[in-house]
Write a protein of this length. Structure first.
Length: 208
Protein backbone atom coordinates (compact mmCIF):
# COMPACT_ATOMS: atom_id res chain seq x y z
CA UNK A 1 0.00 0.00 0.00
CA UNK A 2 1.35 3.44 -0.96
CA UNK A 3 2.09 6.04 1.71
CA UNK A 4 -0.84 8.21 0.56
CA UNK A 5 -3.17 5.21 0.74
CA UNK A 6 -1.98 4.40 4.24
CA UNK A 7 -2.53 8.01 5.31
CA UNK A 8 -6.03 7.98 3.84
CA UNK A 9 -6.85 4.70 5.59
CA UNK A 10 -5.69 6.07 8.94
CA UNK A 11 -7.78 9.22 8.42
CA UNK A 12 -10.89 7.20 7.59
CA UNK A 13 -10.43 4.96 10.62
CA UNK A 14 -9.97 8.02 12.83
CA UNK A 15 -13.16 9.58 11.49
CA UNK A 16 -15.16 6.40 11.99
CA UNK A 17 -13.85 5.94 15.53
CA UNK A 18 -14.88 9.52 16.23
CA UNK A 19 -18.29 8.88 14.68
CA UNK A 20 -18.85 6.00 17.09
CA UNK A 21 -17.90 8.15 20.07
CA UNK A 22 -20.03 11.09 18.92
CA UNK A 23 -22.96 8.78 18.27
CA UNK A 24 -22.89 7.55 21.87
CA UNK A 25 -23.20 11.16 23.03
CA UNK A 26 -25.64 12.69 20.55
CA UNK A 27 -27.68 9.87 19.06
CA UNK A 28 -28.18 9.35 15.33
CA UNK A 29 -30.84 12.00 14.75
CA UNK A 30 -29.02 14.84 16.54
CA UNK A 31 -25.56 13.85 15.31
CA UNK A 32 -23.88 16.45 13.10
CA UNK A 33 -20.72 16.57 11.05
CA UNK A 34 -19.38 19.07 13.59
CA UNK A 35 -19.92 16.52 16.38
CA UNK A 36 -18.00 13.91 14.37
CA UNK A 37 -15.17 16.31 13.65
CA UNK A 38 -14.90 17.31 17.30
CA UNK A 39 -14.85 13.69 18.49
CA UNK A 40 -12.35 12.76 15.76
CA UNK A 41 -10.23 15.88 16.33
CA UNK A 42 -10.17 16.71 12.64
CA UNK A 43 -11.12 19.68 10.48
CA UNK A 44 -14.40 19.68 8.54
CA UNK A 45 -12.41 19.74 5.32
CA UNK A 46 -10.76 16.47 6.29
CA UNK A 47 -14.15 14.87 6.93
CA UNK A 48 -15.52 15.94 3.55
CA UNK A 49 -12.41 14.66 1.83
CA UNK A 50 -13.54 11.11 2.66
CA UNK A 51 -17.29 11.33 3.32
CA UNK A 52 -20.09 13.32 1.74
CA UNK A 53 -22.38 13.32 4.77
CA UNK A 54 -22.88 12.00 8.29
CA UNK A 55 -25.20 9.34 6.82
CA UNK A 56 -22.34 8.03 4.71
CA UNK A 57 -20.09 7.82 7.77
CA UNK A 58 -22.80 6.04 9.76
CA UNK A 59 -23.28 3.52 6.95
CA UNK A 60 -19.55 2.71 7.06
CA UNK A 61 -19.52 2.00 10.79
CA UNK A 62 -20.48 -1.66 10.50
CA UNK A 63 -17.53 -2.64 8.31
CA UNK A 64 -15.24 -0.47 10.41
CA UNK A 65 -16.33 -2.28 13.57
CA UNK A 66 -15.99 -5.76 12.02
CA UNK A 67 -12.55 -4.97 10.59
CA UNK A 68 -11.39 -3.49 13.88
CA UNK A 69 -12.40 -6.54 15.90
CA UNK A 70 -10.75 -8.89 13.39
CA UNK A 71 -7.52 -6.86 13.44
CA UNK A 72 -7.52 -6.78 17.24
CA UNK A 73 -7.83 -10.58 17.33
CA UNK A 74 -4.99 -11.05 14.86
CA UNK A 75 -2.67 -8.83 16.89
CA UNK A 76 -3.60 -10.44 20.21
CA UNK A 77 -3.19 -14.00 18.91
CA UNK A 78 0.13 -13.14 17.30
CA UNK A 79 1.31 -11.78 20.66
CA UNK A 80 0.10 -14.88 22.53
CA UNK A 81 -0.46 -17.82 20.15
CA UNK A 82 -0.61 -20.54 22.82
CA UNK A 83 -3.76 -22.66 22.21
CA UNK A 84 -4.39 -23.08 25.94
CA UNK A 85 -4.58 -19.29 26.34
CA UNK A 86 -6.89 -18.71 23.38
CA UNK A 87 -10.18 -18.28 25.25
CA UNK A 88 -8.66 -15.73 27.64
CA UNK A 89 -6.96 -13.91 24.76
CA UNK A 90 -10.24 -13.61 22.87
CA UNK A 91 -12.11 -12.50 25.99
CA UNK A 92 -9.48 -9.91 26.90
CA UNK A 93 -9.45 -8.58 23.33
CA UNK A 94 -13.21 -8.13 23.19
CA UNK A 95 -13.31 -6.46 26.60
CA UNK A 96 -10.46 -4.10 25.67
CA UNK A 97 -12.02 -3.27 22.28
CA UNK A 98 -15.35 -2.60 23.96
CA UNK A 99 -13.71 -0.23 26.46
CA UNK A 100 -11.93 1.66 23.67
CA UNK A 101 -15.07 2.14 21.59
CA UNK A 102 -18.24 4.09 22.18
CA UNK A 103 -20.39 3.78 25.29
CA UNK A 104 -22.86 1.12 24.21
CA UNK A 105 -25.21 1.62 27.15
CA UNK A 106 -25.36 5.30 26.30
CA UNK A 107 -25.80 4.53 22.60
CA UNK A 108 -28.78 2.33 23.45
CA UNK A 109 -30.29 5.19 25.45
CA UNK A 110 -29.80 7.95 22.89
CA UNK A 111 -30.10 5.92 19.67
CA UNK A 112 -31.96 2.67 20.45
CA UNK A 113 -33.15 1.92 16.91
CA UNK A 114 -29.77 2.58 15.32
CA UNK A 115 -27.88 0.60 18.00
CA UNK A 116 -30.12 -2.47 17.82
CA UNK A 117 -30.06 -2.43 14.01
CA UNK A 118 -26.27 -2.05 14.09
CA UNK A 119 -25.89 -5.08 16.37
CA UNK A 120 -28.30 -7.12 14.28
CA UNK A 121 -26.48 -6.33 11.04
CA UNK A 122 -22.93 -6.90 12.34
CA UNK A 123 -23.62 -9.89 14.58
CA UNK A 124 -23.36 -12.72 11.97
CA UNK A 125 -19.98 -11.48 10.73
CA UNK A 126 -18.72 -11.06 14.28
CA UNK A 127 -19.71 -14.65 15.06
CA UNK A 128 -17.59 -15.80 12.11
CA UNK A 129 -14.66 -13.67 13.26
CA UNK A 130 -14.89 -14.90 16.86
CA UNK A 131 -15.27 -18.55 15.82
CA UNK A 132 -12.16 -18.28 13.69
CA UNK A 133 -10.25 -16.54 16.49
CA UNK A 134 -11.21 -19.21 19.04
CA UNK A 135 -9.69 -21.85 16.72
CA UNK A 136 -8.31 -24.76 18.80
CA UNK A 137 -10.29 -23.74 21.87
CA UNK A 138 -13.55 -24.22 19.97
CA UNK A 139 -12.38 -27.53 18.53
CA UNK A 140 -11.52 -28.85 22.00
CA UNK A 141 -14.61 -27.57 23.77
CA UNK A 142 -16.61 -30.41 25.39
CA UNK A 143 -19.74 -29.03 23.75
CA UNK A 144 -18.17 -29.42 20.30
CA UNK A 145 -16.47 -32.74 21.01
CA UNK A 146 -19.75 -34.21 22.27
CA UNK A 147 -21.58 -33.03 19.18
CA UNK A 148 -23.94 -30.83 21.19
CA UNK A 149 -22.82 -27.76 19.22
CA UNK A 150 -20.89 -27.04 16.07
CA UNK A 151 -17.91 -24.67 16.30
CA UNK A 152 -19.97 -21.85 14.80
CA UNK A 153 -22.87 -22.50 17.17
CA UNK A 154 -20.41 -22.29 20.05
CA UNK A 155 -19.08 -19.02 18.62
CA UNK A 156 -22.65 -17.75 18.36
CA UNK A 157 -23.33 -18.65 22.01
CA UNK A 158 -20.02 -17.06 22.99
CA UNK A 159 -20.93 -13.79 21.26
CA UNK A 160 -24.50 -13.70 22.52
CA UNK A 161 -23.24 -14.08 26.07
CA UNK A 162 -20.62 -11.35 25.65
CA UNK A 163 -23.09 -9.03 23.93
CA UNK A 164 -25.05 -9.03 27.16
CA UNK A 165 -22.09 -7.20 28.72
CA UNK A 166 -23.07 -4.19 26.66
CA UNK A 167 -26.40 -3.92 28.40
CA UNK A 168 -25.79 -5.20 31.94
CA UNK A 169 -25.40 -2.24 34.30
CA UNK A 170 -22.77 -2.04 37.00
CA UNK A 171 -20.73 -4.94 38.25
CA UNK A 172 -23.05 -7.67 36.96
CA UNK A 173 -21.32 -7.54 33.61
CA UNK A 174 -18.08 -8.60 35.31
CA UNK A 175 -19.53 -12.09 35.84
CA UNK A 176 -20.09 -12.69 32.12
CA UNK A 177 -16.47 -13.52 31.06
CA UNK A 178 -16.19 -16.26 33.70
CA UNK A 179 -19.51 -17.70 32.59
CA UNK A 180 -18.42 -17.67 28.95
CA UNK A 181 -15.05 -19.26 29.77
CA UNK A 182 -16.89 -22.15 31.46
CA UNK A 183 -18.16 -23.21 28.02
CA UNK A 184 -14.62 -24.37 27.25
CA UNK A 185 -13.74 -26.12 30.50
CA UNK A 186 -12.85 -29.77 30.15
CA UNK A 187 -13.86 -32.32 32.80
CA UNK A 188 -10.58 -33.43 34.40
CA UNK A 189 -12.08 -35.91 36.82
CA UNK A 190 -11.19 -38.76 34.48
CA UNK A 191 -14.72 -39.78 33.67
CA UNK A 192 -17.23 -38.00 31.57
CA UNK A 193 -20.60 -37.44 33.13
CA UNK A 194 -23.20 -39.64 31.49
CA UNK A 195 -26.92 -39.10 31.68
CA UNK A 196 -28.69 -41.75 33.73
CA UNK A 197 -31.51 -43.60 32.04
CA UNK A 198 -34.73 -43.88 33.93
CA UNK A 199 -35.47 -47.41 35.06
CA UNK A 200 -38.69 -49.02 34.03
CA UNK A 201 -41.35 -49.96 36.59
CA UNK A 202 -40.47 -53.63 36.11
CA UNK A 203 -36.80 -52.99 36.83
CA UNK A 204 -37.62 -50.94 39.91
CA UNK A 205 -39.83 -53.72 41.20
CA UNK A 206 -37.01 -56.26 40.88
CA UNK A 207 -34.62 -53.92 42.63
CA UNK A 208 -36.97 -53.58 45.57
Amino acid sequence: MAVDDQRAERAVQKILAGTMKALSRQGASKLSVSDICEASQIARGTFYRYFNSKEEALAALGQHFEDGVAAAFRAAIEANPAPEARVQVVLDTIIAYRAAGGDWNQMLDVAPEFTLEFIRDTFPKLVDVVTDALGPAAEESPLVISGALTKRQLGDLFMRSLTSMLFLPGSRSEDVPALVASLFKIDTSGTAAKPQRRRSAKTRAKAS
